[in-house]
Design a protein around this ligand. Structure first.
Ligand SMILES: Cc1cc2nc3c(=O)[nH]c(=O)nc-3n(C[C@H](O)[C@H](O)[C@H](O)COP(=O)(O)O)c2cc1C
Length: 375
């Protein structure tokens, strides 16, 4: 386990923060209004271009580049997009981009490889829909995923149609129960070897999970290194989101746009208990939680975990169900083993925790263009 570097920066008290907020408030609100209405910052237009079906886009026009575009629409930790793609003759390789790793929350690159697995799953679903059969070589020895493609008959699917609609919806849900037939379909989802899905719906199981999410939040938000890394990947306004085309844009999580100095103070000033309470309230609106777990802890298992998660996310999207992560009890090393036994996973290792439910869609996240992720 990598030790976390505690940062001894002086902490702003809530009162100081509020004073600063009112002093800077007028300037901030003025700047915010300007950026909000500035016609040259068309976030919605950029998001639409990103997520519309590539067939409708003039670029990327090459079929292999189109598959890479679909891969980049996958879920990935902090929207770091930690990938690079190499297009070969009838093959695509997915490589890690270690310059985008999250050293604090993901010191062993576990979530980085899960993110590559998510990208792989989108690529495979899109490749089948475009008329390819596929053979995957997992990263056992090599440090990348190799996807061999051979021309075949196109097999469209509801999962393919769901790629441009999938998103992490971090809002409160409306509390409705998931329809039984839909839950059955999710529970019957095909998984990869060595990966399992564990569903929780009953109050006792949900309470146990929530208890660990709370503990995870308390640990993470008391850790300055975790908060600093999160702030680095937060995009507090349209201007920041549009200039980097990555990271976590405030509006996607239902937060207002603010100048960086205000957002930074606000996040750094968040009390661990506030964060735990906010997530607990959202969790209570979610009728189902799902844990993705794997038999082993290695790159191939992480990639397969990412595939199964992305498949689940596409299937829920196709059924009109929203999902969001609550990985805190798995990301905090001291809690992971306790969480594993508390939820009865046996020897399987928890890798991801997700809540499901019904809600309106949130603003979409952005992606860097294909040209920027090609080797
Ligand atoms: C391995 C992994 C871990 C993630 N962890 C979290 C998390 O703890 N909390 C969260 O809100 N989102 C989490 N996400 C979701 C990403 O932030 C999200 O996929 C990314 O911002 C892109 O947004 P989109 O999925 O809506 O396209 C995670 C995604 C992956 C693949």
């Amino acid at each position: 386990m990598k030790s976390r570097v505690m940062n001894n920066k002086p902490k702003l008290s809530r009162r100081d923060f509020l004073k600063l907020l009112s002093a800077g408030g007028a300037i901030a609100v003025g700047g915010y209004a300007l950026s909000e209405y500035a016609p040259w910052l068309d976030y919605a237009g950029k998001a639409e271009d990103t997520w519309m079906k590539p067939a409708q886009i003039s670029s990327p026009s090459e079929p292999m580049q189109t598959l890479v575009h679909y891969a980049t629409l996958a879920a990935n930790g902090h929207n770091t997009q930690p990938w690079k793609f190499a297009i070969k003759d009838n093959a695509i390789e997915i490589h890690p981009d270690y310059s985008r790793r999250l050293l604090v929350v993901d010191p062993h690159d576990r979530e980085l490889w899960i993110s590559l697995g998510c990208a792989l799953e989108n690529l495979l679903v899109a490749a089948r829909a475009s008329g390819y059969t596929i053979e995957v070589t997992y990263p056992d020895r090599a440090d990348f995923i190799h996807v061999q493609l051979a021309a075949d008959t196109p097999q469209g699917s509801s999962l393919f149609d769901a790629i441009p609609l999938r998103q992490n919806t971090r809002s409160a849900y409306d509390g409705r129960l998931i329809k039984n037939e839909d839950l059955d379909q999710l529970q019957a989802l095909q998984v990869e070897p060595g990966v399992m899905l564990q569903f929780a719906t009953n109050p006792t199981a949900m309470d146990t999970i929530l208890e660990y999410v709370n503990l995870g939040n308390l640990a993470q938000y008391a850790d300055t290194a975790f908060v600093d890394e999160l702030i680095e990947w937060l995009r507090f306004n349209k201007k920041e989101a549009l200039s980097s085309l990555d990271g976590l844009y405030s509006a996607c999580s239902g937060n207002p746009q603010v100048p960086r100095f205000i957002g930074q103070m606000f996040v750094a000033g968040t009390k661990p208990q506030q964060q735990a309470d906010a997530d607990a309230a959202k969790f209570r609106t979610s009728p189902v939680a799902v844990v993705v777990a794997s038999e082993t802890e290695d790159k191939s298992a992480w990639v397969r975990t990412g595939q199964v998660y992305e498949r689940l996310a596409l299937q829920t999207t196709a059924l009109g169900i929203k999902s969001a992560f609550l990985n805190q009890p798995i990301e905090v090393p001291e809690l992971r083993g306790q969480f594993q036994s508390a939820i009865g996973l046996g020897s399987y290792l928890p890798q991801l925790l997700v809540r499901l439910g019904y809600a309106e869609a949130m603003p979409r996240s952005l992606r860097r263009p294909v040209e920027e992720v090609l080797i």
